[in-house]
Design a protein around this ligand. Structure first.
Ligand SMILES: [Zn+2]
Length: 376
């Protein structure tokens, strides 16, 4: 049994499924799940492959995952080829080893093992696997969930295999994520000759006190689950290259805000508006919300996952909501409880992404023990 999870992870890593391509990863999973009595619905949209698979009926646990990966970066920088899996010194190397082909292998084998032992289990086990989590997110989980919602599917427990562990496997799981809001701001001055500044208004000069205050602005104080909302200034651009005698007419500023449900999009924009007005700045502002925040109060499923981690690792897990966005934000529409629990995130999206082979087995056992607790 031990080699199975490793073999499956290796097979998936060997397919260069750079987002939103799947290139056959999902067919491997589908074949296996079908042979364990799963019904499969392929739900492909444009360039994205997705499938929804289920077995049994009643209370539903859904494993959510993605077969796509981010690009390798400079292949020459890798110690092992990114799309030919390599095991060395107890570690499995390759793009997607952690994020998240390793945990997809662990959930698949955990479910197979469980079904083999308990062919007439209680409840329903399901999988939702997509191939565009690492790109736009437009044709993946979001669209599948809207279809499932239309036919009134309900997920009681959703387990997302994203890499949430920090120092040791299982030390951290997630029950929410912050949202991401991008803002483009244009500050207007008055163009003029640098030798006659009294006839111009320099938009950079008038922005400095505003930007200073903006960089330390507080939108909320956070709470037990979320750190305070944060804002970063990403880019400022103005003027023309090689022009040395002109005060520019405007300054363009890009911002990104990572926010929790304690600050709405509207509240954030209003706060920035107020600050601009305080400094009598002429401006225009545009924004786009890439992801709304989500949060799920820890309840029964959280306890089951935390207990399973403790049983398999002796680690007492903690709940966090940090990190980037995840597809969990789409699940809130039909899922009652959502927990993200996966491998160590220290090498994700990096050169030489790798996972400890023994962690793969342990994660499989954690997932298996979650099934044992919920569906026996
Ligand atoms: Zn991921």
């Amino acid at each position: 049994m031990h080699t199975t999870v490793l073999n499956l992870a290796r097979k998936l890593i060997n397919i260069p499924s750079i987002s939103p391509n799947d290139f056959g990863c999902q067919e491997i999973l589908i074949q296996r799940l079908q042979s364990y009595g799963f019904f499969i619905e392929r739900m492909n949209f444009n360039d994205t492959s997705n499938f929804w698979a289920w077995r049994g009926s009643g209370k539903t646990i859904t494993f959510l995952g993605h077969t796509d990966v981010v690009p390798a970066g400079n292949i020459l920088d890798w110690n092992h080829p990114p799309f030919t899996s390599t095991v060395e010194h107890g570690f499995l190397f390759g793009r997607g080893a952690v994020d998240m082909k390793g945990s997809i292998a662990a959930m698949t084998v955990a479910v197979e093992k469980f079904v083999q032992k308990n062919p007439n289990h209680n409840g329903r086990i399901s999988f939702l696997i997509t191939s565009d989590e690492e790109s736009t997110g437009k044709n993946g989980t979001k669209r599948v969930i809207s279809l499932l919602k239309n036919r009134k599917e309900i997920i009681d427990y959703c387990l997302i295999g994203e890499p949430t562990s920090e120092k040791v496997l299982g030390d951290c799981i997630k029950n929410g994520r912050r949202g991401s809001l991008s803002i483009d701001l244009t500050i207007y001055g008055k163009q003029g000759h640098t030798a006659y500044p009294e006839l111009a208004v320099n938009p950079i000069h008038i922005s400095i006190p505003f930007l200073t205050e903006l960089s330390t602005i507080s939108f909320d104080d956070g709470n037990d689950f979320f750190k305070p909302t944060t804002l970063q200034i990403l880019k400022t651009s103005s003027g023309k290259k090689y022009v040395t005698n002109m005060i520019p007419g405007e300054l363009n500023i890009s911002l990104n805000v990572r926010f929790s449900y304690l600050s709405s999009e509207k509240k954030i924009i209003n706060t920035i508006d107020m600050l601009l007005k305080k400094y009598f700045i002429k401006y225009s502002i545009r924004w786009i919300c890439h992801a709304r925040p989500f949060f799920c109060s820890p309840d029964r499923f959280y306890n089951v996952v935390a207990d399973s981690i403790y049983r398999q690792t002796n680690v007492t897990t903690i709940l966090k909501t940090n990190g980037g966005t995840s597809d969990g934000r789409f699940m809130t529409d039909i899922a009652n409880e959502i927990v993200e629990c996966g491998l160590l995130n220290s090498t994700i999206h990096q050169i030489n992404e790798c996972v400890s082979v023994s962690d793969l087995f342990t994660l499989q056992n954690i997932y298996n023990s979650v099934l044992d607790t919920l569906l026996l």
